[in-house]
Write a protein that binds this ligand. Structure first.
Ligand SMILES: [Ca+2]
Length: 365
């Protein structure tokens, strides 16, 4: 008997690890959701990544994938007449398969009977630990933001694995407020030295559990090249009051062969209540596009050795208007001008010391 061969060039349906299936509507082949019912739009690298974004979003039922990298999500699906969409043959629409669907390729979410990686089953739901996520705790989160639905409000040490990283990485997360993946965290009372060599800054040093550490430039490279992030720098003074917060948008650290060169696209200031007299303006302008330097690897544009002078590793140019890895000073808000190996921030906080500093990554989309 002759069997016809059907070759399908388009992706019509695909299932994700948690057994959620998305498929296009054969009855609306060239229709995408209208812009008025889009609830969220993010940049992604592929249609699969868009499906994952939708899967993670609690209210997302459907998405448009717009070439080359736009993922539009919606809590609405196309109605039976396809009338809440518009026609565009170059864009793709997918919706979550559900029980009313007669499509035999449909896959439904299954209730887990066992949990992986140390997770425990509570009321038919896996309670994951150590940074694992998914209905069965089957994989690590890519960053602390992704862990939020599983670890809401928790602060502490977790494993993450950005897509570029070959193995899990320990980090400090705060899954509240802006969902932080910490790069640096320290306080003068714990006070380890940040005057470290290249290898230490590359692989990280200090104690994550004790909240006194540099995470590692290699990990920052994996993270910031896996998706887009902002870097937030926070300076705290006496009694841990915030002095200032500043946000570096689209912050990227290149690989070690590029000396962990850092770039960012723009800056904005987060106003801090009760500190209206201070404006923590950008003091990292000269670092934008600069290599990282340590006392044993001078990549700066100075005749001297900026890292030695300032007692810290940083993206020094000819040298710097700030020294966030410099020594902290328990005198708090006292004026200390010209102490080169201490924390300083020349634009807006001139003369201010810091009790504590923090750097963390947040997703920029
Ligand atoms: Ca030099």
């Amino acid at each position: 008997m002759f069997l016809p061969v059907l070759i399908v060039f388009d992706i019509l349906s695909f299932a994700l690890p948690d057994n959620v299936t998305y498929k296009s509507r054969p009855d609306c082949p060239t229709t995408v959701l209208d812009a008025t019912i889009i609830t969220k739009s993010v940049e992604v690298k592929s249609i699969i990544a868009c499906a994952r974004e939708c899967q993670r979003d609690k209210i997302c039922l459907a998405f448009n994938f717009l070439e080359p990298n736009i993922c539009q999500m919606s809590s609405s699906e196309l109605d039976n007449t396809c009338s809440n969409g518009y026609n565009n043959v170059h864009e793709k629409y997918y919706q979550r398969a559900n029980n009313s669907d007669n499509d035999q390729t449909m896959t439904t979410t299954t209730v887990p009977t066992t949990c992986l990686h140390g997770g425990s089953l509570v009321n038919s739901t896996c309670q994951c630990v150590n940074g694992y996520i998914g209905s069965k705790c089957e994989r690590l989160m890519e960053d602390c933001t992704e862990g939020y639905p599983y670890y809401q409000s928790q602060f502490g040490t977790f494993d993450i694995q950005p897509s570029l990283s070959p193995s899990p990485i320990k980090t400090c997360c705060w899954m509240d407020y802006d969902l932080r993946t910490y790069y640096q965290l320290r306080h003068y009372t714990t006070g380890i030295s940040f005057n470290r060599n290249w290898t230490s800054y590359s692989n990280g040093f200090g104690d994550i559990q004790n909240m006194d550490f540099w995470w590692g430039n290699q990990y920052a490279y994996y993270l910031t090249n896996s998706r887009q992030y902002n870097l937030v720098l926070q300076v705290s003074g006496e009694d841990n009051n915030d002095i200032g917060n500043i946000v570096y948008e689209n912050f990227v650290v290149q690989n070690e062969a590029s000396n962990y060169t850092m770039t960012y696209s723009s800056v904005y200031i987060i106003p801090v209540k009760d500190m209206i007299t201070l404006a923590m303006n950008d003091s990292m302008e000269s670092s934008n596009g600069s290599s990282f330097s340590t006392y044993d690897q001078d990549n700066d544009n100075s005749a001297g050795n900026c890292a030695s002078t300032h007692g810290a590793g940083w993206w020094f140019n000819n040298c710097t208007d700030c020294n966030p890895n410099g020594q902290l000073w328990p005198g708090g808000n006292s004026t200390r001008v010209g102490v080169e190996n201490e924390f300083f921030w020349n634009n807006g906080l001139s003369g201010w010391s810091a009790w504590a500093t923090a750097l963390w990554f947040t997703r920029s989309t």
